[in-house]
Design a protein around this ligand. Sequence first.
Ligand code: HEM
Length: 482
Amino acid sequence: MATQQPLPAPTSMRLDSTNIQGDILSGLPKKTEIFYFFRITNDEDFRRRFRNFAPLVKSVDQVAKDRDEIQEHKRKDERLGTKPHLIPLVGVNIAFSHLGFKELKIDDTKLIDTAFLRGQRLDAANLGDKGTGSGDNFVPDWEPAFKEEIHGVILVAGDSHTSVNKQLWQIEEIFGDSIYKVTAVRGDARPGDLSAHEHFGYLDGVSNPAIIGFDKNPLPGPAPINPGNIIVGQEGDASKADRAPWMFDGSFLVFRYLFQKVPEFDDFVDKNALKVPGLTHKEGADLLGARLVGRWKSGAPIDLTPFQDDAELGGDPKRNNNFSFAAERDFQKLCPFASHIRKTFPRADFEEAGIPTESHRIMRRGIQFGPEVTRQEKKEKKTMHGRGLLFACYQSSITNSFQLLQQGWANNAAFPFTEKTPQVPGLDAIIGQGPGRQLSGIDPNNPATELVLTQDWVIPRGGEYFFSPSIKSLKDTIALSA
Ligand code: HEM
């Protein structure tokens, strides 16, 4: 399938980047980030104090300026031949849960989304999280703090712990006793060359949707999508006509606290290394890992380079997302249906069947947490220190995006429903939860051979659903007017 190239956006579709919170479309620049989960203890006091907090929240426009400043600084270091160093910069965003809006006595029913209105704790069983009990009495195996009532989350991202901590102290001072800290989790980019790689070792943050009316020069790859798939009230938001005006230019934020069992993943990949003529044991192990994810560690998609990594391709944004799992070339030979990236964005599997994908896209903004794997963990092939991904993503409908991706696609062994293969694909190899952890298509030369995954490597330990209002709504709807 030929890659669709974007058309220029009609002027009516231009977004107001001064009104949308920065993390949503630009991604707050983050070497480190704190997600600060709070409960409101006094709504009037909170809303009064919010007047002093609102100016700290960065818009897409301000984040774009920060990014320009970072680039300019990098160029200056290169010009002068000085050792690269980061400039002190922080970005703050905020989002509220349904219980938060309820506490503030703000009617959020027109946000419509049933997952959001119920909250993630009541959705945990649907998502496949482990726990005890059933129905509304299901208790997920989460960290205790995430089982408490959470009203909102403040995101503070920046260049260093010092900058972020300083900003957070100021915020705590602004809110005083009007909020109670439920918990705070810190994410840190991995060190050195691994900074953009998640803990299993794969380059992350490669494929996010380009937005019509925002991305001026979209990279080659999947066609840009209408902004309303991410931004509420914009063109493409299926519930646009039913939204209340204060919801416009906001977006739903899904947070998931995902622990990763890295030594166990590495051990499995090593023990089950694919036996392909011409490849060493280590290359066979790397190939298996790449076929579970759909990309090599460098970010190179296996759809384009099926038998060996190609670091140049992986690091080239003009090429590393320009593929589509086109049917005429692929019978799980290039990329297994159960690989993480094919499960969560099936590209041509949908498009060739005439099924649009854009209403299911998400804008991912996560960050890693926890230390590097220690020598002892490597030796014992066992996780001894908590590490993983603070998964965060934005969308205009949780039910149609995150929830569907996790519950309907990743946890569904029969997905993608396709005539292309006689084999059952199996669950998403990385995030799939539930019975059916055997995958087809993993051995490129014998797609019918099934590989049984002996354990889960991604363990959810908490999360919540939020809504990030526009900058204008923070000032006019959340803050109490003077
Ligand atoms: C610890 C858990 C996870 C890990 C290690 C992980 C890792 C990755 C990696 C390495 C990529 C490929 C690089 C890229 O395109 O950015 C990726 C892509 C992606 N992931 Fe995850 N991920 C995790 C959780 C999730 C969850 C919970 C979801 C949603 C339910 C998700 C949805 C996606 C999507 C939509 C893509 C892009 C697919 C594409 O456009 O090609 N991921 N992930």
